[in-house]
Write a protein that binds this ligand. Structure first.
Ligand code: GUN
Length: 294
């Protein structure tokens, strides 16, 4: 098998940022700086890293962002009150509450409180509903980023069989919907596998494109795929390593085992991860534009 095409989210995100500069300039002429409020509850180390990566990019592009770091013991009512304040603050065009939240807080209550017009994650039921009927407002960042990678590398899903492994509201469910929509580059036949699927391998073996979003390190290997398929690896798993950090990041797909069997694959890191952040920036700019121009 010839060398696989490495689908670099790092490269694609650089193109996205280039295209966003013009939109940022246009907003700036109207005295508008896109702003994002980030709410981080508790001390989850992975969430802290994600939030820092997100806010670093906002600062790099001179966009406005502020992180509200809250104690993990915060009462639900207090958190909802903060979100209502952020909904009414014109400096913020987008609001992101980093998930997961501590167990005593009902995530649905929190998501439902975010104004759908500021819901740059696309998690609010109104936005999830709009996506499911093919009329999206905000598309969740990771699935949107995956579609951009496929578009950039001209991987057309029309008529293909896409197998999604995972059904979360953050990735699995929305990417299943997006890939099945009757839109340019999509129109795929889609199977969603999950913890209730008796034989996941039976599906991955017949997939043209596999999106794996389980959070299980090296879940997918070469015994589970059809030669020449495309693999989109959404997993970002920390595993112990004897480097200076003490850990390294690996995906849900066993890259080394798969790379000679596939036609294309996203690496971890440098694949889907950078696209999630780029799409958050894009959605926040979109929110600011909608606020100004509509
Ligand atoms: N946790 C993991 N991914 C995400 C995401 O895209 N948005 C939010 N808010 N939390 C997450």
């Amino acid at each position: 098998m010839k060398e696989p095409l490495i689908l670099s989210g790092k490269d694609v995100s650089a193109h996205v940022y280039d295209s966003l500069l013009e939109r940022i300039k246009k907003l700036s002429k109207k005295k508008c700086t896109p702003g994002l409020a980030v709410v981080l509850v508790g001390e989850n180390p992975a969430s802290q890293v994600y939030v820092r990566s997100k806010t670093r990019i906002f600062k790099k592009f001179n966009l406005f962002t502020k992180t509200y770091q809250l104690e993990s013991s915060i009462k639900s009512e207090e958190l909802l009150l903060l979100i209502e304040k952020l909904n009414n603050n014109p400096l913020y065009h987008g609001i992101l509450v980093q998930l997961p939240l501590p167990k005593h807080i009902n995530s649905s209550d929190v998501i439902n409180t975010i104004s759908p017009k500021k819901d740059v994650d696309g998690f609010h039921p109104e936005n999830a509903g709009l996506l499911s009927i093919g009329k999206p407002r905000f598309i969740p960042c990771t699935p949107k980023g995956i579609m951009k990678i496929l578009e950039f590398y001209r991987i057309n899903l029309d008529g293909k069989h896409v197998v999604v492994v995972g059904r979360s509201n953050i990735v699995g469910r929305p990417i299943s919907i997006l890939t099945s929509l009757k839109t340019k580059g999509a129109n795929a036949t889609v199977t969603t596998c999950h913890s209730g699927t008796p034989n996941i391998k039976g599906f991955t073996l017949i997939a043209d494109v596999i999106v794996v979003a389980l959070g299980v390190p090296n879940f997918l290997d070469s015994s589970m795929i059809k030669k020449g398929c495309t693999i989109i690896d959404v997993g970002i798993n920390r595993v112990n390593s004897n480097n200076e950090k003490g850990y390294k990041l690996i995906g849900d797909a066993n890259f080394e085992d798969l790379k000679n069997e596939v036609s294309s694959i996203t690496p971890v890191p440098g694949g889907v991860g950078p696209m999630t952040i780029a799409m958050l920036v894009e959605n926040t700019i979109e929110a600011a534009e909608n606020n100004l121009f509509i």
